[in-house]
Design a protein around this ligand. Sequence first.
Ligand SMILES: Nc1ncnc2c1ncn2[C@@H]1O[C@H](COP(=O)(O)OP(=O)(O)OP(=O)(O)O)[C@@H](O)[C@H]1O
Ligand SMILES: [Mg+2]
Length: 311
Amino acid sequence: MSEPIVIQRLTKDFGGFIAVDDLSLTVPRRSFMGFLGPNGAGKTTAIKILTNMLSATSGEALLNGIDVTKDPKAALADVGAVVETPEFYPYLTPNETLAYLGELRGMSKEDIARRSKEVMETVKMTDWADKRIGKFSKGMKQRVAIAQAILHEPTVIILDEPTSGLDPRGMVEVRDILNELKKADYTVFMSSHLLNEVQEVCTDVALINRGKLLRSGSVAELVGAATVRRIEVRTSQQVSGEVLNKVSRLEGISEIRAAGEHQFTFSMEGGDEAQARMLTGIQSLGLNVVSFKESGLALESLYMSLIKESR
Ligand SMILES: Nc1ncnc2c1ncn2[C@@H]1O[C@H](COP(=O)(O)OP(=O)(O)OP(=O)(O)O)[C@@H](O)[C@H]1O
Ligand SMILES: [Mg+2]
């Protein structure tokens, strides 16, 4: 069986501006891949090409082995997508919306009824299934969007920044659903510029910048390969600019930043030995260190260093 998503030498030229630049990428079956890159990196453009909302200048996008430009209907039959916050008819309820979309997709009445119930449960919106969408919060609309994407039982799901524009609670709710999807047998390809989100929910990651692929692989692999660590230090004293200045002069410290009154973070290379020496160095400056730990965001360090290199 072919891989669910294969992108080969994909390029999109917007009249002289190259938004996607010779991008090649394979999303393995049953992986949950984060498509990570800064604003303007070309994520949405690549996703729109994948979902046939935009045509490529050159290269190809295959879904389950079928070229999306040559046979979009067959290529997308097994794909569910949420690209940009979808607009729903405000006076329709989720159930009515799903019925309408299911019919458009050629589903039978029985299938629509059965699946509507299931997908509303998946996105934890059962109690809202017969309420008008017009009254819903952005987070609730996003959950309905995910419900419609999986209505026709696709195995491949493509999401463009599923938590963008949501408040912290909305983000957590959508992430919970993403984790549910991960437990099922889906292959998910999801763009994001939130490193913590990708590190939290994704098994694999592809990093892009300026339309070009910088690195791809499993999250564990990339995090393990990161040589630069981000360290978080909490102290009992107030962290003043003067203190930061002193610490920044220690050998091996870079990108030092205050993170609240009693906390700062910095980057350094090296494992336990080097970190132990650094801790001693910081204490010898007279700082009372309450905690000194590698922050979970190893991916952030890798990302930052790759983006810097690619400039
Ligand atoms: N229709 C268009 N015409 C011209 N330029 C475009 C068009 N669509 C996108 N671009 C440009 O292509 C680049 C990539 O845009 P894209 O929306 O794919 O980035 P992105 O990675 O999704 O960014 P974000 O994180 O902000 O959503 C941007 O510089 C954007 O301005
Ligand atoms: Mg985008």
